[in-house]
Design a protein around this ligand. Structure first.
Ligand SMILES: Cc1ncc(COP(=O)(O)O)c(C=O)c1O
Length: 380
């Protein structure tokens, strides 16, 4: 870890070395409260996805604001957050490897843990692992609700739930918890109407899964899912009882490009990469943040409050040019600070060891804290 340039609480924002991953704490807190209030007022639980922030400090803030716990996507993420004190975690993903399942089962002996399954073999492997460890785990049957990624067909949900229930305590260690229904591909559909249609399609498949489980004589306690792009529509359907949205907290450029959904809160950008101009040409400026500082899978970062476009200049460089229609703007000078709004927050966070957390705004604020990103690099 880079310790030489670590900022200290009270340092002015201007002194933060670049490139740095910076959280605007005031904006993040407003996003956190807005989502918590949305869930409360709509009578649904919130279990935000911590794959996005990978931070125990942020998970604790979300739980203090009413979240039921957090989701993660990977076993190692669950281990890292549990080691940092988070004790209610849902791995919203399938785990098949025996050695990894042994780790899942061991973790389930220490904290309240849940996991998703989408195959009979997956259920049997999980059941064997928890039996060997003598632990108990909550199990969601994942149904493919439109992405075409993981998830069983809705009609198979009842059969899978039966398998889970056949390993119920006290003889087994699997507690059937409900249906995992997340439509990843729907989240970034730009138009509100197409996102709403995708959400309604997902809702109809989740209802079909509930019916299949009911026909098997099993009660379905919960449907969990939803992301930042669809949660407003998902809640309107009445199907989901728990929301897993994650990105709302930081609000990356890609999500901000979505048309707003009626009734859903508007979230602010709260995650930035602070960069600095290191070179100037006649018609361009070069900043010290390339794609080792922010992910480009969802497109380039937005240059915050400047009429500048960012182009990838390689691992350590970003090239700034004036917008074609820029009116009175000029290129930034050598040494000037430029704030970037990452295209995609999750993989951007995974590039950094720490958040530099700022209170009082990016212009004149101060460093309030430095938070470790405990699950950074936990991709297995
Ligand atoms: C299963 C699952 N649930 C919830 C989310 C959260 O979505 P978002 O960060 O887009 O709000 C994701 C993100 O990829 C996910 O994979």
């Amino acid at each position: 870890m880079n310790v030489a340039s670590a900022p200290r609480p009270g340092d002015p924002v201007e002194s933060i070395d670049t490139p740095a991953l910076v959280v605007d704490l005031d904006a993040m807190e407003r996003n956190l409260q807005a989502m918590a209030e949305f869930a409360r007022s709509h009578g649904v639980r919130l279990r935000p996805h911590a794959k996005m922030h990978k931070s125990a400090t942020i998970a604790r803030l979300q739980i203090a604001a009413g979240a039921a716990g957090v989701c993660v996507q990977k076993t190692s993420e669950a281990e890292a957050l549990a080691a940092a004190g988070i004790d209610d975690i849902y791995i919203s993903n399938e785990v098949i490897d025996a050695a990894k399942l042994a780790r899942v089962a061991a973790l389930a002996a220490k904290i309240r843990l849940a996991i998703a399954v989408d195959s009979v073999e997956g259920v049997e492997r999980l059941a064997a692992a928890v039996a060997a460890a003598g632990s108990v785990i909550d199990v969601f049957v994942e149904v493919d609700v439109g992405h075409g990624r993981c998830g069983a067909p809705a009609a198979a949900a009842g059969q899978l739930a039966q398998r889970v229930v056949s390993h119920a305590p006290p003889e087994g260690g699997l507690r059937f918890a409900g249906v995992q229904a997340y439509h990843g591909a729907a989240q970034h559909l730009r138009g509100g109407e197409e996102r709403e249609a995708a959400s309604q399609h997902a809702a109809s498949l989740a209802r079909a899964a509930q019916a299949s489980i009911g026909a098997a004589g099993i009660a379905c306690p919960l449907v969990t899912g939803a992301g930042t792009g669809t949660f407003g529509f998902d809640v309107a359907s009445g199907v989901w009882g728990e929301l897993q949205a994650g990105s709302y907290l930081f609000m990356d450029r890609d999500y901000a490009d979505n048309a707003a959904a009626p009734g859903a809160p508007r979230f602010e950008h709260a995650l930035f990469v602070k960069s600095r101009v290191m070179s100037r040409g006649a018609a361009h400026a070069v900043v010290d943040a390339g794609h080792k500082s922010h992910a480009l899978d969802s497109g380039p970062p937005r240059v915050w409050q400047r009429e500048l476009a960012y182009a990838n200049g390689g691992d350590e460089h970003g090239i700034l040019r004036l917008h074609a229609d820029a009116s009175r703007a000029s290129l930034p000078a050598l040494g000037e600070t430029v704030w970037l709004v990452p295209g995609h927050c999750d993989p951007t966070v995974n590039l950094h060891d720490r958040y530099v957390v700022v209170r009082g705004g990016l212009a004149g604020g101060v460093v309030a804290a430095v938070w470790p990103i405990e699950a950074r690099g936990c991709v297995s």
